[in-house]
Design a protein around this ligand. Structure first.
Ligand code: ZN
Length: 403
């Protein structure tokens, strides 16, 4: 049984099957205790300490199932008096301090959550969503304590991601070279980003060469202050998204005015020309013949995308052409966008010149946005961040007993 439960420093005293009317029916209960090496230690620092009292008596920890039966370890949970940490529950070698689940179960949960949806983990392991989220947070904190995700950062992307209605945001930092999420925190302002640079430290901030961001001036300000040597590049994803927004407005405005209902129009103008279906292509042809305002907006969107496709000096020329085309378009949405783009022209030039491929970081940002769609299951932004770090933080998550 010792081997079945896979814990060193633990003595199994008794194993019984408890037949009961609980939600899991019959369960296996293994009564265990610490051996001479692990007993009487502080759960914070693991130093041997004087005993204090018997604490709350017997406690149970859920572990992995035995066959079909839900299984618990049961042990006394005495308290010790640590010279440094005061009165603490004594250390147990089978679980993290404060956890009601064993290392064995928590490692299986973390591996599963990294490899399948949380809804699947909940069913597979018969745990609540909340328990899974709490376990992921504990495992991630543990793994982060043993590695340094900020080591060797050179080119980073800073992004704001909305995680709940009512304008709640996370600020996320992604490593462009690995695509890993390296840091995230709730909030989107100078103070939030300041915390990242505090964690990074001035020496490592001095090693950053490139920072990509959206058009948020507060990001540019903090970067200019904390890493003045870094080149700030405007993220193409956001620039093209601005054009998409303008295009959407022109579509609504012109189609509504003409009383036209064209269910293909939305995708006809939004998608890349090579991805259009036959119906969408027909819709686009119709727009070209009969809706010059919308067709102009469409060309402006495509041209802006093209700026980032050709890059370099040629990209600058295409951008200059785009600006004059937008200014003479007569479309208020694109006149406004031209002002914005002109304002950030230098940062766009940086993007074109330094040819930062943000494919990896964009994949991570897409993944994080997908996670936020299910954010109802995460009761706190911290739980959501832990899940992001688990799945995109490059942490090494191994199943118990495997190399
Ligand atoms: Zn201690």
């Amino acid at each position: 049984m010792q081997q079945v439960l896979a814990v060193q420093g633990m003595v199994v005293e008794d194993v019984t099957v408890e037949s009961g009317g609980g939600k899991f029916g019959s369960v296996v209960v293994a009564t265990v205790r610490c051996d001479y090496r692990t007993s009487g230690r502080c759960s914070k620092c693991r130093r041997p300490c004087a005993g204090y009292d018997q604490g709350a008596g017997l406690r149970r920890w859920r572990t992995i199932d035995t066959g079909l039966l839900v299984t618990y370890l049961q042990a006394a949970a005495p308290r010790v008096s640590c010279p440094e940490h005061g009165v603490q529950v004594a250390h147990v070698p089978w679980a993290r301090p404060g956890a009601k689940t064993t290392f064995l179960l928590e490692d299986v949960v973390a591996w599963s959550a990294a490899n399948m949806t949380v809804s699947a983990v909940v069913v597979l392991l018969r745990l609540s969503w909340r328990t899974v989220a709490a376990i992921v947070a504990r495992v991630v904190a543990d793994l982060l304590g043993r590695s340094d995700p900020m080591a060797g950062l050179v080119r980073i992307g800073i992004d704001e991601i909305s995680y709940r209605k009512g304008h709640r945001y996370l600020t996320c930092v992604v490593d462009h070279d690995t695509g890993r999420l390296v840091w995230a925190a709730p909030g989107r302002n100078t103070e939030t980003l300041g915390k990242f640079f505090t964690a990074l430290g001035p020496e490592r901030a001095g090693l950053l060469t490139h920072v990509t961001a959206d058009g948020a001036d507060w990001i540019h300000r903090v970067v200019a202050q904390q890493a003045p040597q870094a080149v700030i590049c405007l993220d193409p994803f956001h620039v093209v998204a601005w054009a998409m927004k303008g295009l959407d407005k022109v579509r609504h405005r012109t189609l509504a005015a003409a009383g036209v209902k064209d269910r293909n129009a939305r995708w006809a103008v939004a998608k890349n020309p090579s991805d259009l279906s036959v119906d969408q292509q027909a819709s686009l042809d119709g727009i070209r013949r009969s809706n010059s305002a919308l067709y102009t907006a469409y060309l402006l969107k495509e041209q802006l995308r093209n700026v980032f496709a050709v890059k370099g000096q040629r990209g600058r020329e295409v951008l200059a052409g785009w600006l004059s085309m937008a200014r003479s378009s007569g479309l208020p949405e694109f006149l406004r966008l031209a002002v914005t783009i002109d304002r950030y022209r230098r940062m766009i030039w940086n993007t074109l010149e330094h040819n930062l491929s943000n494919a990896k970081s964009e994949a991570t940002n897409c993944h994080l946005r997908a996670l936020t769609k299910r954010a109802y299951g995460y009761h706190t932004p911290e739980a959501l961040i832990a899940m992001g770090m688990l799945t995109r933080g490059g942490l090494r998550i191994v199943l118990p007993g495997r190399a």
